[in-house]
Design a protein around this ligand. Structure first.
Ligand code: HEC
Length: 156
């Protein structure tokens, strides 16, 4: 990952998140989460994360926490949720980080926080994709998500 991309996913010093109504941000975040226009490769967040797919056990812990992708590709030992959203924008979505002050980032943070509340890592132990990260090295998920079709732990 180039230094510019790495810097772009780290909270800026003067970070003041966009403030809005929780319900409004939740609805907007859900819409964005399903919108492939956010990426440059035809993927939406939902393409990879449908039914909790590809979230590792770390997602169940309060933020900030360690996430393999953040550590391996960005050299970050811990991430906040907003930084993780930016990391998925830059790496798997092959796009630019969102403006830190933007409504888009705030909306995705509110929506992914709601997914975290529902997330149960243990329910997914039967998921063959859960153990290792298929997107870590190169990105085999770019075309389509090999784990999406049949994830026994996904239904809720
Ligand atoms: C190509 C597949 C892919 C796409 C598209 C993708 N992600 Fe991810 N995402 C991953 C993978 C793989 C992980 C697991 C990283 C790890 O644990 O090392 C992950 C992890 C996460 C996590 C949880 C990190 C943790 O453990 O706390 C969040 C939150 C997240 N993604 C949000 C998003 C959002 C928001 C989008 C859309 C902007 C998105 N992702 C798009 C592959 C993807």
């Amino acid at each position: 990952m180039n230094p510019g991309a790495i810097k772009s996913v780290k909270r800026p010093a003067d970070y003041k998140p966009y403030q809005g109504s929780a319900a409004g941000l939740q609805a907007y975040g859900e819409k964005l989460y399903k919108d492939p226009k956010l990426s440059t490769n035809g993927l939406s967040c939902e393409t990879c994360h449908q039914g909790g797919n590809l979230f590792q056990a770390s997602f169940a812990k309060p933020f900030p926490h360690e996430v393999d992708m953040a550590k391996n590709q960005f050299g970050m030992s811990q991430v906040f949720l907003d930084e993780m959203v930016q990391i998925c924008m830059v790496a798997p979505m092959a796009a630019k980080a969102l403006d830190w002050q933007s409504k888009e980032l705030a909306a995705l943070v509110v929506y992914t926080a709601s997914l975290q509340t529902d997330f149960k890592p243990n329910a997914r132990s039967a998921n063959p994709c859960a153990a290792k990260n298929p997107c870590a090295a190169k990105n085999p998920c770019a075309a389509k998500n090999p784990c999406a079709a049949k994830n026994p732990g996904a239904a809720k």
